[in-house]
Design a protein around this ligand. Structure first.
Ligand code: IPE
Ligand code: IPE
Ligand code: MG
Length: 248
């Protein structure tokens, strides 16, 4: 969304409402232990469970997790299949617990490339958690930032073709309304684990003014204390949104 973002002054350093995480380093976590990479993904899901559970205690309203990118199909087939099997099992088993915790789940990304069983589990989880509002958990699965923009542009172009909209009238809000993230505020804080300093095609549009926090920790090792560290780093940031802070 394009909310009216005003520079944030020192007295206004509240915590982030929307945290996005690039959960990276599962493979290295496993390799360091001489284990198959899939064990790292399994441990990564334990970290997801931990963070989802505690996020509301830190006034996080929206949590958006990067689980599988449009580029992750390039991995060896057994890893991709194993990862999807783990994700499906997690979503299926965890759904009643998510309902209990008041977590509303939404999947972001293109579903048409996914197996019927994966899509079924995703819809089941979204339907079961539809009335929850304690935490909005968005799971980016087969998600790519470029692909998100492409699919939004296609929808807008067909409205133009149909004569509903003039090209000259297209605004940022029209594009946002068609993105997978429609209706969500932009992330305030992006956390990336495993030390990599890149976006890897995550939420390219939505991260325009997001504060970025990179930690060398591997995702399965990420704990509540590490979340606290990220949140406290965020509170030290001065968000200017292109403006200047008027310190009076
Ligand atoms: C992140 O961990 C999870 C996914 C991309 C699915 P990786 O699997 O990328 O772990 P590394 O980066 O190889 O250590
Ligand atoms: C980003 O991690 C994708 C997810 C965490 C799902 P990658 O491990 O795929 O990113 P690169 O390849 O190192 O950029
Ligand atoms: Mg990685």
């Amino acid at each position: 969304m394009v909310p009216e973002k005003r520079p944030r002054t020192g007295s206004d350093r509240s915590g982030p409402e929307h945290v996005a995480i690039i959960m990276d380093g599962n493979g290295r976590w496993a390799q360091k232990r001489g284990l198959p990479r899939l064990w790292g993904h399994k441990a990564g899901l334990e970290a997801v469970r931990r963070i989802v559970k505690i996020a509301p205690q830190y006034n996080i309203k929206y949590l958006t997790l990067y689980a599988f990118s449009t580029e992750n199909w390039r991995r060896p087939r057994p890893e991709v299949e194993g990862l999807f099997a783990l994700l499906q099992e997690y979503v299926n088993k965890e759904t009643p617990e998510l309902v209990r915790q008041g977590v509303k789940v939404r999947f972001l990304g293109e579903r048409s490339d996914l197996s019927n069983s994966a899509v079924r589990v995703m819809s089941y989880c979204e339907e079961q958690t539809a009335n929850c509002s304690g935490l909005y958990l968005n799971i980016a699965l087969n998600y790519g930032g470029r692909q998100d923009i492409v699919q939004a542009v296609r929808k807008i172009a067909s409205r133009v073709e149909a004569g509903e909209l003039k090209a000259a009238d297209i605004k940022a809000a029209d594009i946002e309304a068609e993105l997978f993230t429609h209706g969500l505020p932009d992330p305030d804080l992006l956390i990336r684990t495993s030390g990599e300093q890149r976006l890897s095609n995550f939420l390219l549009w939505q991260l325009a003014y997001t504060e970025i926090y990179v930690t060398p920790l591997l995702w399965p090792d990420f704990t509540e204390e590490d979340l606290q560290a990220a949140l406290s780093a965020y509170r030290q940031r001065e968000r200017r949104f292109g403006g200047i802070i008027n310190k009076g």
